[in-house]
Write a protein that binds this ligand. Structure first.
Ligand SMILES: Cc1cc2nc3c(=O)[nH]c(=O)nc-3n(C[C@H](O)[C@H](O)[C@H](O)COP(=O)(O)O)c2cc1C
Length: 363
């Protein structure tokens, strides 16, 4: 699809503004918000702005190859769609549209425990697509097990365990609105499927969380005892945690601060990437998300050692603006922008994107 036929946007820059016009204000606040004062949200973008790329000239760039392997999936691009809850908030067909767009583009999509459509419906809508399933641990392990077994039966090829949400981060922007992010019946993986708790309960200095917050690294062993799917751990910001994930059998880790939505004083995810790559990059695939908005961001994260990067909010913007066609348009814009930037930097294939590409701003 050409940019001129786009459903409401023709550049990535236009997309956010177009989405802001069509999404109801409370849903917009839910999507856009970061934790507390939104320092982590801003830090994610600032970290990219501090980096520059050092082009290599006069390389034969007539053929550019963006394909790569993410675990056992061969895909058309080194970027993927992050797991995000409730796609139905911005478009009635919800994840079905996202799944179809991702499958047609041969881009990996990760679908959330808290999807607006069931994981089976999503799989049916994208039979040949590369799909991973994101797990929020349920209060009882048996309920997590049921979700995992369903995902395995439905043909998802990896399990992404999110570990940075024992409780939802405080969101100042949302507490100013009486917005129910989890309206009854909106989670189509079943009425019993639960979201992470919004806040600890208690008083007088003693607070508690639900039993899913009791999980330790052993939960990775428990998961591997019930599934053959490779397990990827999402939400790691230190080399220590990445090493623990690998010791407990993880096949990949996602360096992420949840798009700045959890711990507001967390480091920009990009700043944490080198430490994690040093710790486990030679053992497992290290993925990255949080703040990726342009193809140059993809190049920067890959040059810093990420195997692939996740795109979060822009996918919901595209879904809101144009449904399946919107997401298709976003993926195609990102891919062609990435091909352009690979040509401009003299890198013909993903394996040629390495540390030598990276500079830092000198001011
Ligand atoms: C509206 C919204 C819902 C999200 N829901 C989930 C979720 O259910 N599970 C999860 O692991 N991450 C969730 N995330 C975090 C994303 O997977 C990802 O880490 C983050 O959006 C990446 O940052 P970016 O939006 O700046 O690209 C959500 C993010 C947003 C914006």
């Amino acid at each position: 699809m050409s940019a001129t036929n786009s459903p409401g946007f023709s550049t990535l820059g236009d997309l956010e503004a177009a989405a802001a016009k069509v999404v109801p204000p409370d849903v917009w606040a839910y999507i856009q918000s970061g934790a507390v004062g939104e320092d982590a949200l801003r830090a994610n973008r600032d970290a990219f702005r501090r980096r520059t790329l050092r082009p290599r000239a006069l390389v034969d760039v007539t053929v550019l190859d963006l394909t790569t392997n993410l675990l056992d999936d061969k895909v058309a691009a080194p970027f993927f769609i992050c797991p995000m809850a409730h796609h139905g908030l911005v478009r009635p067909e919800g994840e079905l549209a996202t799944a179809q767009a991702a499958a047609s583009a041969n881009v990996l999509a990760v679908f959330a425990t808290l999807s607006s459509r069931s994981l089976e419906e999503i799989a049916e809508a994208s039979v040949h697509g590369a799909r991973w399933f994101q797990l929020y641990l349920q209060a009882r392990f048996i309920d997590s097990q049921r979700l995992v077994e369903r995902a395995e039966r439905a043909g998802y090829s990896a399990l992404v365990l999110t570990v940075d949400v024992p409780v939802l981060g405080v969101r100042d922007r949302l507490s100013e609105m009486a917005f129910d992010i989890d309206p009854k019946g909106s989670v189509r993986n079943g009425p019993g499927v639960i979201a992470p708790p919004r806040a600890p309960t208690g008083s007088q200095g003693r607070y508690s969380l639900r039993s899913d917050a009791a999980a330790t690294w052993n939960v990775l062993d428990d998961l591997q005892s019930i599934t053959k799917l490779p397990v990827v751990v999402k939400g790691v910001l230190t080399g220590d945690d990445a090493r623990r994930a690998v010791v407990h059998g993880a096949r990949g880790v996602v360096v992420s601060n949840h798009g700045g939505r959890q711990l507001d004083a967390a480091e920009a995810a990009l700043e944490a990437l080198p430490e994690v790559v040093r710790a486990v990059g030679s053992d497992v695939e290290v993925y990255f998300d949080s703040g990726v908005r342009r193809a140059s961001d993809v190049l920067i994260a890959l040059a810093m050692g990420a195997h692939a990067v996740g795109i979060g909010r822009p996918v919901l913007w595209a879904l809101a603006v144009g449904g399946e066609a919107g997401v298709t348009q976003l993926l195609s814009l990102l891919a062609s922008e990435l091909a352009t930037e690979m040509a401009l930097t003299g890198r013909r294939r993903i394996s040629e994107i390495d540390r030598t590409l990276l500079g830092e701003k000198r001011w």
